[in-house]
Design a protein around this ligand. Structure first.
Ligand SMILES: Nc1nc2c(c(=O)[nH]1)N(C=O)[C@@H](CNc1ccc(C(=O)N[C@@H](CCC(=O)O)C(=O)O)cc1)CN2
Ligand SMILES: Nc1nc2c(ncn2[C@@H]2O[C@H](COP(=O)(O)OP(=O)(O)OP(=O)(O)O)[C@@H](O)[C@H]2O)c(=O)[nH]1
Ligand SMILES: [Mg+2]
Length: 443
């Protein structure tokens, strides 16, 4: 099987430009067959003709980007055929590249090669997929932090300190005559600091995971309180039908919005009330199902039409869920005197920025600061951190009980192994396969 891989790197459909990527030992030989160029100099992009593999028929006039190993994304010789952005043309060029000797890349295989050649570590490689799915400024900055290697640097620094202690203990064990036991107090200090760092990383990982996945926010309330109006206002377009008839929304409506840089899935639901209308009742059932999966429920009340009993009944359903209380239609009031709710007017767009800030605060994302902290953002990384923290605890408790430092060695090794799996410094082939299998073709 050829070692040289190829794929279309751009999405299907019509666009300005489409890119066919080719990476591996035969990349230049293949490019010589399917282009009018014969010499390939690294870090150049040149106009040329793209042809069939037999060189007989011109298919397009485009640009060829050339990267010579190891100075490329994959670390291998790479060419990128930049053709006119036709789906057909890109697929045709890819098939000529395959005729010329490449094989189709597997999902994530370019990035996997970048990892295997040491261009990216595992947290960086994982972040490439996160860059592609970033749906707001927060998730973009989070992915970028991983891509820049900030997370790896912090994890590697921790791991180096653990390995250093391990080395000192083992040296003293191997050469008891010449090398003194390392200082217990110093070890305690280093391990204590490592415990603090892992605890901080774990505490912040929920923010990282939420930023990456985006939050599910459900708009709930009695009929006619203005759920659909707020839905439209947050989306900045009139997606949902708004009328003054109670029971307008039947099915749950779902749409993506950007709230303070956070990617959010907003769900507009049918107003919650007892009803004999079978259609409306199905809608109410759906509303209740949505509530259970919400990261946050916006519990909306109507400032102009309070119905204490009905409001209380609705509130009883919501109050045990993560929620914000919202008082809508404040434009109809002379003065707002409720302090436990966020006063807004969905219709006039009043206080929507305040609502956005409160949403971020409620989701614990208000203090996210990429310039000061790193955020673990995958369950895989988080689970490894939990393992590292567990073994660190064992080290610290053993350290309190004995002066024989060699009992620490297996725990220290386990900490280092868990940290090494995060960055990919100690990782099995199986895990690597699993990570890259989730990528798309061409990445
Ligand atoms: N056309 C194109 N655009 C792209 C990519 C790509 O592969 N091709 N990328 C793919 O995701 C991203 C950019 N990532 C890249 C990272 C490193 C190198 C690279 O050639 N690095 C060399 C040379 C560095 C240099 O000359 O300064 C190296 O690291 O040695 C290329 C792309 C986004 N845009
Ligand atoms: N004055 C005022 N009217 C509002 C405001 N928000 C919504 N309304 C009006 O309230 C009525 C109901 O609004 P909707 O957004 O359809 O309410 P809903 O909660 O989705 O209602 P259902 O789907 O029936 O449960 C409409 O006539 C809106 O124009 C507001 O902030 N101020
Ligand atoms: Mg509605």
């Amino acid at each position: 099987m050829s070692n040289t891989i190829a794929a279309i790197a751009t999405p299907p459909g019509t666009g300005g430009v489409a890119i066919v990527r080719v990476s591996g030992l035969d990349a230049f030989a293949i490019a010589a067959q399917v282009t009018s160029l014969k010499n390939f100099t690294g870090n150049t992009i040149r106009p040329c003709a793209f042809t069939t593999a037999d060189g007989q028929t011109v298919l397009d006039h485009g640009l060829l980007a050339v990267f010579t190993a190891p100075r490329s994304y994959t670390g291998e010789d790479t060419v990128e055929l930049n053709c006119h952005g036709s789906d057909y043309l890109a697929r045709r060029l890819l098939s000529e590249v395959l005729v010329a000797g490449a094989r189709l890349a597997e999902p994530g295989e370019f990035t996997k090669r970048a990892f295997l050649s040491g261009k990216l570590d595992l947290t960086q490689a994982e972040s490439v997929a996160d860059m592609l799915s970033a749906g707001g400024n927060l998730s973009l900055n989070l992915a970028l932090q991983h891509l820049d290697g900030d997370v790896s640097r912090e994890i590697r620094r921790l791991r180096r300190e653990i390995l250093q202690i391990l080395a000192e203990i083992e040296a003293a064990l191997d050469y008891p005559e010449e090398i003194a036991d390392p200082d217990t107090e110093k070890i305690r200090q280093i391990l204590g600091a490592a415990r603090e760092t892992t605890a901080r990383l774990l505490a912040d990982s929920d923010a990282g995971l939420l930023i990456k996945s985006g939050a599910q926010i459900v708009l709930a309330g009695r009929p006619n309180v203005g759920k659909s109006s707020l839905f439209n206002a947050l989306l900045k377009h009139n997606r949902a039908i708004v009328t003054d008839i109670a029971g307008t929304t039947r099915d749950a409506l779902e749409a993506e919005a950007d709230i303070g840089g956070l990617k959010v899935t907003l769900l507009d639901t049918a107003g919650l009330r007892e009803t004999t209308d079978p259609l409306e009742r199905l809608g109410v059932e759906r509303s209740r199902a949505c509530l259970q999966n919400a990261d946050l429920v916006l519990a909306i009340f109507d400032a102009a039409s309070r119905e204490p009993d009905a409001d209380e009944k609705f509130w009883a359903e919501i109050k045990h869920l993560p929620h914000l209380r919202i008082l809508n239609k404040i434009d109809l009031l002379e003065k707002v005197d409720e302090t436990d709710s966020i006063p807004i007017s969905a219709k006039n767009g009043v206080n929507l920025d305040l609502l956005g800030a409160k949403i971020l605060e409620k989701l614990n994302l208000r203090r996210v600061d990429f310039s000061r902290y790193v955020y673990v953002s995958s369950l895989r990384q988080k689970n490894k951190l939990i393992q590292a923290a567990k073994h660190l605890e064992k080290c610290l408790s053993a350290l309190g009980k004995t002066n024989y430092l060699d009992v620490l060695a297996p725990y220290l090794k386990a900490v280092a192994a868990a940290l090494g799996e995060i960055t990919g410094d100690e990782v099995s082939e199986e895990i690597i396969e699993q990570i890259f299998a989730n990528f798309c073709v061409g990445k």
